[in-house]
Design a protein around this ligand. Structure first.
Ligand code: AMP
Ligand code: MG
Length: 319
């Protein structure tokens, strides 16, 4: 007796995570949602794919990328963690903290992805779909923000598609990014911790879990990707503004004043909400083609340190 299933042995439909993993294995690029921002992902071990990624972003080659992995075990196959790095990973992974540590011999992260450094930046993202892709792929993915180099990071799939969608074989929609700001980058080298980039995990949170950070300010020189003009919309950005000047758009912090082209990063002055809205509102304001985007002062405490870092770079201040 013929059985329907025996007659037509069809391969079960691939889940979107499996389809993405297959594309990545072939050296193609994938738009990948994470909790921080949308990334443009490539196989970290495939130099040709990573070269294609740099090309799609128009990114300077000397900028090393973050290797994204599924879990702590996968991270330790790439790097050599000391006890402080392990404490930070235990406290914040999966989540928006990146650790820079010595490269383990034989780790599958190509030279180009590390910009030739003998260290590697690694994190475990906290997004269900990113986790599924990483487990289906089974290795490390580099996934810098899916914007063209120097532009604001995409925090929705539409923005990611607009920036680099044409370079991606698969575009995954994971909804709007809950954090909206890039990861905090901490180097754990020579038994010391240094803040290389302020981000979604605050300085105080890092110090509470891992002990004192060595430098007072984010250590830009050691983090070669930290260019002065970055995260920038087309319109100039004017910081610490009381309100909009003629022809300007305005991003308030707190209740927004009346007027056209006026938005608030957070009506209730909540830094977490402001971080989540920052890049999307810079883009929204920019689309109105204003003479400039004026931005109200944001307090420099907690998450405000990372928000102000991104705003200064959007305005082209030297970091
Ligand atoms: P992005 O991919 O845009 O989130 O940027 C990655 C950040 O991590 C940049 O600021 C890089 O300079 C930094 N980074 C990545 N790898 C290293 C490394 N091995 N040493 C120091 N900084 C790194
Ligand atoms: Mg970026």
């Amino acid at each position: 007796m013929a059985h329907a299933a025996a007659r037509a042995p069809r391969s079960p439909a691939l889940t979107q995570a499996e389809a993405a993993a297959e594309a990545l294995r072939r050296g193609q690029l994938v738009i990948l949602p994470t909790e921080t921002v949308y990334g443009l992902a490539a196989d970290a071990g495939n130099a040709e794919a990573v070269a294609r990624l740099f090309e799609a972003k128009g990114r300077p080659r000397f900028n090393p990328l973050i290797a994204h992995v599924a879990d702590m075990g996968a991270a330790e196959r790439l790097t050599v963690f000391d006890s402080r790095a392990r404490a930070l990973a235990a406290a914040f992974w999966p989540g928006p903290l990146t650790l820079v540590a010595p490269l383990r011999e034989g780790a599958g992260v190509c030279d180009l992805a590390r910009a030739g450094l003998n260290t590697v930046a690694v994190r475990v993202p906290a997004h269900g779909l990113a986790g599924e892709v990483l487990r289906a792929f089974g290795g490390a993915l580099v996934a810098p923000s899916a914007n063209r180099s120097g532009r604001p990071s995409p925090t929705t799939v539409e923005d990611a598609r607009e920036e680099t969608g044409s370079a991606a074989a698969v575009v995954l929609d994971g909804g709007p990014c809950l954090v909206g700001l890039e990861s905090t980058v901490v180097a754990a080298l020579d038994g010391k911790l240094r803040l290389l980039r302020p981000g979604a995990v605050t300085r105080a949170e890092v110090e509470a879990a891992g002990g004192a950070l060595l430098e007072g300010k984010a250590d830009a020189k050691r983090s070669p990707g930290r260019l002065a003009l970055h995260y920038a919309p087309d319109a100039p950005v004017r910081l610490n503004a009381e309100g909009p000047g003629p022809g300007e758009a305005f991003l308030a912090f707190g209740p927004a004043p009346q007027g056209p082209r006026v938005w608030s990063l957070s009506p209730g002055r909540d830094l977490r909400e402001a971080a989540a809205n920052l890049f999307a509102l810079l883009r929204t304001a920019d689309r109105t083609r204003p003479r400039a985007i004026a931005v109200a002062p944001v307090p420099d405490e907690g998450l405000g340190e990372a928000i102000n870092d991104r705003l200064r770079r959007a305005a082209g201040w030297v970091g």
